[in-house]
Ligand binder design. Structure first.
Ligand code: FE2
Length: 292
């Protein structure tokens, strides 16, 4: 992706006001975290679990962005910026291009534990931020922001949005222990954390940039197709070329339905893929206490 520049969108940032969270809001965080803690060991990739532990994100309550940003900044130069909700695409891309991750501050209600249309702080912080501790993924996210600024100008946001959806939000990665989750939309969802690996219905296909960009997706249900990367370097390398010729190439081809398979797909065998945790892997701050 070639880079483009936009003024830093400081007018969208707000204060987290961490001291204003109620005891019940911290309790909801605890509930969500503990539920995922049980599900994600043996399902989430090591890079996510390591990042979570090093950040000190745990069950004891909603994290303070300032403290998290200091740990994150020291590791990969990223910081968290509090925003009131979804921000315009160009603002979102500009934040990423500057290694700033825009995070919501509010937490879902108790009647929304299993499904929430908009991202909340649990999705943004527990789902997205741990992987920003990984240097290669951190660079991928910045490159994505730079590519987004360019795609806006070329009229290909839809194609680039699919790349984000099928990687950052709903990506799987292959490991020696089997498939693992790195997509934050899955990691922050109890139901999809199990479904994506254990259910025989969805397609699990080897990552292919053009195939991903052509594939439509559903926002109102579990995914019908997951794309599997070999490692984060593959993802970063895929974003290096200038996307302009790729956009032109795929613009001439039809979209692919969310549940469709095509002849060139590299399919992974059907689930269940969830397995035993790697030795020493736990979800939470106790793993790397010295860095907290
Ligand atoms: Fe997200």
């Amino acid at each position: 992706m070639n880079s483009a520049r936009l003024e830093f969108p400081s007018n969208f940032s707000i204060e987290q006001n961490w001291r204003d969270y109620s005891a019940d809001e911290h309790a909801i965080w605890r509930l969500l975290f503990e539920r995922q803690q049980h599900l994600l060991v043996g399902r989430a990739c090591d890079e996510f679990l390591d990042g979570l532990g090093a950040l000190g994100v745990a069950a004891d309550g909603i994290p303070n962005f300032r403290r998290l940003s200091d740990v994150l900044d020291a590791a990969t130069g990223w910081r968290i910026v509090a925003v009131p909700g979804l921000v315009p695409d160009d603002v979102f891309f500009a934040y990423l291009a500057r290694r700033r991750f825009p995070s919501t501050c509010f937490i879902r209600r108790r009647d929304q534990l299993d499904y929430l249309k908009e991202p909340d702080i649990f999705h943004d912080i527990c789902g997205h931020v741990p992987l920003l501790m990984n240097p290669v993924f951190a660079d991928y996210m910045q490159a994505y922001g730079e590519g987004g600024l360019k795609a806006s100008g070329l009229g290909h946001l839809q194609h680039l949005a699919r790349l984000y959806w099928y990687t950052v939000e709903f990506g799987l990665i292959t490991t020696q222990e089997g498939l693992r989750i790195y997509g934050s939309g899955i990691l922050s969802s109890a139901g999809e954390s199990v479904y994506c690996l254990d259910d025989p219905r969805p397609n699990r296909i080897g990552f292919d940039l053009r195939r991903v960009m052509r594939t439509r997706y559903r926002i109102d249900d579990f995914q019908q197709t997951y794309f599997v990367i070999d490692d984060f370097q593959q993802l970063f390398d895929a974003t290096r070329p200038d996307f302009a010729p790729i956009y032109r190439e795929i613009a001439a081809l039809p979209d692919i339905e969310p549940d469709a398979l095509i002849g060139s797909d590299r399919r992974f065998d059907q689930g269940p893929f969830s397995g035993q945790p790697n030795p020493g892997k736990k979800m939470g701050r106790r793993l790397i206490a010295a860095q907290v």
